[in-house]
Design a protein around this ligand. Structure first.
Ligand SMILES: NC(=O)c1ccc[n+]([C@@H]2O[C@H](COP(=O)([O-])OP(=O)(O)OC[C@H]3O[C@@H](n4cnc5c(N)ncnc54)[C@H](O)[C@@H]3O)[C@@H](O)[C@H]2O)c1
Length: 387
């Protein structure tokens, strides 16, 4: 099999998981890492076993051995890094969000389409075996017609006023926090599994922690200030809690809440789809189980066991029942779908395998969040999602 060269821009928290995932495919070489300086890039390259390092992402993009550029930089760099990679004719895997605004995301989609490169966004919960099982089962009519899609994505990493991240600074993270960072995951998953599109939203957004203490010392993306005397007080402009009513294109109704200030919840993503005959519930924190509820017979708990799953789900499971698969395995499944597509020489317009979200999906996520922010700003009114 022809080998494919991968280059990673931004090796902070999630970047190394991109490397881990592509290495597991067997035919991808991790060619280079680009960081914010020569020194940090060289240190990361040594740590992660990449042959080359660059202090400037343009040098990585123009490395002839890099065929696919992975963009795992802070949100404000998504547009320039991705646009430069497209201009150089490289395939791009962008972490979410695709861009800071719908306008930027639309431009990236247009540029990628025109250049004919393969483009992907990591909505990685799609890669879970039971997610794909549920999606195929719902498409086959197993729960009847979906009429209620609801759930939440709750975290607690921003509960304290000493919790801080670049994600909270509009020039780096964008104008949204909870909705953009985790609401985008929930919406992509809900639409993907239900096979529906959200058409209208009504959002109520809140900033629970109005002022945060930003540590003056350099720190990683999720840590709290170690020394409270060396902090800068930062007024918060973006939501850390939100509840949204949603309407789908088949007439189904729904709702979800997102929060980064909910003690005890780490990555508590829950999606439930109620149909005319049955219900399916998937919980990210117990991802090897799917709850299936019935009216006229006993409810079921389906374990992630390839021998019990449908063909669609089985294709994403790699271990026998009883052995747990998790976040990193789902992330690898996403990369397997993307790189399999590239390796097969498919055209971007060809049908994509399901765990592979494209820039069109990334653009849609930007539009959804934008509609939610507009709804909230107008006093929580129903707002159409416009693309
Ligand atoms: N798909 C997911 O589930 C998931 C999970 C976490 C993060 N993310 C996304 O991934 C992105 C990165 O998040 P993170 O948590 O890894 O952040 P992070 O702060 O841990 O990592 C960002 C890295 O980019 C580097 N960087 C900054 N400027 C750079 C430049 N000019 N050139 C090259 N590198 C540069 C930083 O030094 C850092 O190492 C975000 O957009 C985030 O939304 C997605």
């Amino acid at each position: 099999m022809k080998r494919i060269g991968m280059g990673l821009v931004g090796a902070g928290f999630v970047g190394p998981h991109h490397i881990d995932a592509v290495r597991r495919l067997g035919y991808v070489d991790v060619v280079a890492i680009a960081g914010s300086s020569n020194a940090s890039a060289a240190a990361k390259a040594e740590q992660l076993g990449a042959a080359r390092s660059y202090g400037n992402y343009l040098d990585l993009i123009h490395d002839p051995d890099v065929h696919v550029v992975h963009n795992a930089t802070p949100n404000y760099l998504h547009f320039p890094v991705t646009a430069a990679a497209i201009a150089a004719g490289k395939h791009v895997v962008s972490d979410k969000p695709l861009a800071l605004t719908p306008a930027e995301a639309r431009e990236l989609l247009a540029l990628a389409t025109k250049a004919g490169i393969v483009h992907a966004v990591t909505f990685n919960y799609r890669g879970n075996p039971l997610v794909q099982h549920a999606r195929a089962a719902i498409a086959a009519g197993d729960i009847g017609r979906p009429h209620f899609v609801h759930g939440h994505y709750l975290q607690d990493w921003l509960l304290k006023d000493t919790d801080y991240s670049w994600r909270l600074e509009p020039d780096k993270g964008g104008v949204t926090s909870a909705l953009g960072d985790i609401g985008s995951h929930w919406c992509d998953l809900a639409q993907h599994v239900a096979g529906l599109r959200i058409t209208h939203v009504l959002a109520d957004i809140t900033t629970v922690v109005p002022v945060r203490k930003k540590p003056r010392a350099a720190r990683n993306a999720f840590a709290s200030a170690a020394d409270e005397s060396d902090v800068e007080l930062m007024p918060m402009q973006m939501e850390d809690l939100a509840s949204v009513l949603v309407r789908f294109d088949n007439g189904a109704k729904g709702s979800f809440s997102v929060g980064q200030v909910c003690a005890g919840h780490k990555n508590n993503l829950v999606l439930e789809i109620c149909g005319s005959t049955s219900t399916m519930t998937w919980r990210q924190e117990a991802q090897n189980e799917l709850w299936i509820g019935h009216r006229d017979r006993a409810n079921e708990r389906l374990q992630k066991d390839p021998s019990l799953m449908n063909d669609a789900g089985r294709g994403y499971a790699h271990l026998p029942g009883g052995h747990q698969e998790a976040w990193s395995d789902a992330f690898m499944n996403v990369m397997r779908d993307i790189y399999g597509f590239i390796a097969a020489g498919k055209k971007p317009s060809d049908t994509h395998p399901p765990a592979f979200a494209t820039f069109a999906d990334g653009y849609r996520a930007n539009c959804l969040v934008d509609a939610m922010l507009k709804s909230a700003a107008a006093g929580s009114v129903w707002t159409e999602v416009k693309e």
